[in-house]
Design a protein around this ligand. Structure first.
Ligand SMILES: C[S@@+](CC[C@H](N)C(=O)[O-])C[C@H]1O[C@@H](n2cnc3c(N)ncnc32)[C@H](O)[C@@H]1O
Length: 325
């Protein structure tokens, strides 16, 4: 937080310009420990005014002297209060950008992260080079539907299935699929053993739900829960208090999700089909080692995200490696 931001005027009384309101918001958000107070303040202002962030930036640059309407001022104050309490910005504005999509998000669904865009980018590039003309893709643990919808939008001719165990997340995915255009077939099912979820509403196993696809899938992609149980004390409040627990925890070694995904993928993929799975940045060696130990995986490789952190593992299903490039 900069000194001028700390000196920003309060917005409690009198008439207030957009610049004054945003400056006050920046100060409050910075004091609350929000990592990007200016960006968040401008996005919240854009949200309550119903305009793009560029429009807000332009008004700030021009030092627009127009007073904020009382209703807009109250709405901005309420939105800033929520963010000061460390509710995720995306829950407050109700949307998140993911690749070329704008997805609806809110309480009960994992907010898609920028690093996952790299994972999807690898899959799209791989399908373009080595995939069939109309690839069959499966997204395991779809949450908001981000990965599945990006594949459906960006891979010509793709047929995309998405699996989700959590009924609340499933409802968000259904809403995004309905509102975004590209077709994705959604399955309420569990990757792994349904009994392990201790939730009778979690659905059948993914291998049962997708039995008709066994041995024919070209790409299995997943961003499974992968935080190490021991990292619970290190989470930001936005994650700790708001992301659903089922989306976060990968067991003591962070790899429980990868184990379940790779076992399901081994059933679904055709020989030569591709697997791509996001993992914790501490698991750049242990994730590939897990696939190597499981057997049946070829061309196992780990990849970094745009920040240079170990982020996802890829492999090809073995058995008839020579038949497909
Ligand atoms: C880290 S979130 C990723 C969501 C989305 N794919 C994304 O990248 O934004 C993991 C998702 O997997 C779901 N999930 C966790 N365990 C699952 C399981 N065993 N079977 C099916 N879905 C599961 C969670 O509910 C959550 O929506």
């Amino acid at each position: 937080m900069t000194a001028p931001e700390r000196a920003a005027p309060a917005v409690a009384g009198g008439s207030v310009t957009l610049g004054e309101a945003v400056a006050a918001a920046v100060g409050a958000l910075g004091a609350a420990g929000v990592a990007s107070p200016r960006a968040d303040a401008e996005q919240l202002a854009a949200h309550v005014l119903g305009v793009g962030r560029g429009r807000v930036a332009a008004r700030l640059l021009a030092a627009d002297p127009t007073p904020l309407e009382p209703a807009a001022r109250a709405a901005l104050r309420a939105a800033v209060d929520r963010r000061v309490a460390r509710e995720p910005l995306q829950y407050i504005v109700g949307t998140v950008g993911f690749r070329h999509l704008v997805l609806d998000v809110g309480p009960g669904v994992f907010v898609p992260r920028p690093e996952t865009e790299s994972v999807v980018g690898w899959a799209i590039g791989e399908l373009a080079v080595t995939g069939p003309a109309r690839p069959l893709c499966v997204d395991l643990g779809t949450g908001s539907g981000a990965i599945a919808l990006a594949l459906a939008q960006e891979v010509p001719g793709a047929t995309v299935h998405a699996v989700e165990a959590d009924p609340t997340a499933l409802a968000w995915a259904r809403r995004n699929i309905a509102g975004t255009g590209p077709a994705v077939t959604l399955h309420h099912a569990v990757v792994g053993d349904p009994a392990a979820t201790r939730d009778p509403a979690a659905g059948p196993s993914a291998t049962t739900a997708l039995a008709a696809l066994a041995g024919s899938v070209d790409l299995v992609i997943a961003n499974p829960p992968y935080l190490h149980d021991g990292d619970r004390g290190r989470l930001e409040p936005e994650v700790r208090d708001h992301d659903p627990a089922l989306a976060l925890w990968g067991g003591p070694d962070g790899l429980a999700g990868l184990r379940a995904v790779s076992a399901t993928a081994a059933v679904l993929l055709r020989p030569g089909g591709a697997l791509v799975v996001e993992h914790d940045d501490a698991d750049g060696r242990s994730a590939p080692a897990l696939l190597a130990a499981a057997g049946g995986w070829l061309r196992i490789a780990d990849h970094t995200d745009l920040a240079g952190r170990d982020r996802f593992v890829t492999a090809r299903r073995g058995a008839a490696e020579g038949r497909h490039p």
